[in-house]
Design a protein around this ligand. Structure first.
Ligand code: MF3
Ligand code: CO
Length: 251
């Protein structure tokens, strides 16, 4: 979709309902993400929790995606397909969840620490969250999408990390992916998009400990770092207002 859909306050309230369930699903998974559990089990927990709460998993069947969550371990950046892999002490797990209620989607991701994680990787996870929280301080009507992008890039770059360029944040609403794109970096000649009240976007820094390069596995989904070093992901769906944004994927 190429045009930006502005939501009414009542549509944003609907998105908050989907967003809340998305958040609650992530919180459920946070509790269960412990050494020994398989990512397939986490997928099942998420699917059943969404179903029991009147939501459908946005990802299941999306462009043929075979699961209800993405579960991306260590050097998997995004789109890790849940499997029989059992989490182990020292892993990091990026979980991405989308829940759809009454036609509106929430989209959010977190990177969880499994047991004792080394300091370097923990720092990556912290900075990735900071990229989001600092980035959305610029997410105010009248600013530009690029103001968010630039802020995310500044924080990741100051830490010396690689910023994934092939995948970006996006508008979200009745479609899981709407206009505009929300890159985590700035480059000249990107479309100039002014933020307006009522826009709903998913801001989602994907940050690599090492180089920015990626590779995609033959399954057509799994995106890994080119150098095998860990990567972190942090995402929320937000609504633009004339002051600070509303985080829709929240309690
Ligand atoms: N949540 C991801 C995004 O932010 C996409 C989900 S994976 C897919 O774009 F399987 F649904 F494609
Ligand atoms: Co997203």
């Amino acid at each position: 979709m190429s045009h930006i859909v502005i939501k009414t306050p009542s549509q944003i309230e609907h998105m908050r309902v989907a967003g809340r369930l998305t958040y609650q699903t992530l919180e459920l998974l946070r509790e269960h993400a412990r050494p020994g559990i398989t990512t397939k089990k986490l997928d099942k927990l998420a699917r059943e929790f969404m179903r029991d709460n009147g939501a459908t998993p946005s990802f299941l069947g999306y462009m043929g995606y075979p699961a209800s969550i993405c579960a991306s371990v260590n050097d998997t950046i995004i789109h890790g397909i849940p499997s029989g892999y059992a989490l182990k002490d020292g892993d990091i797990l990026s979980v991405d969840v989308g829940a759809c209620i009454e036609g509106y989607h929430g989209d959010a991701a977190r990177t969880f620490l499994i047991g004792e994680v080394d300091e370097e990787t923990k720092h990556l996870v912290e900075i990735t969250e900071r990229c989001f929280t600092e980035g959305i301080k610029k997410a105010v009507a009248g600013n530009f999408v690029a103001d968010i992008s630039r802020e995310i890039q500044r924080i990741a770059s100051e830490a010396g990390y690689g910023i994934v360029r092939e995948f970006v944040g996006h508008g979200v609403g009745k479609q899981m992916h709407e206009a505009p794109e929300v890159p985590n970096f700035f480059a000249p000649r990107m479309p100039v998009v002014r933020l307006r009240a009522g826009m709903t976007i998913a801001v989602e820094p994907m940050i690599n400990l090492g180089t920015a390069g990626i590779r995609i596995l033959k399954d057509g989904w799994t995106v890994k770092t080119a150098d095998g070093k860990p990567s972190a992901h942090y995402e929320n769906t937000i609504a633009i207002t004339d002051c600070q944004p509303l985080i829709l994927t929240d309690a």
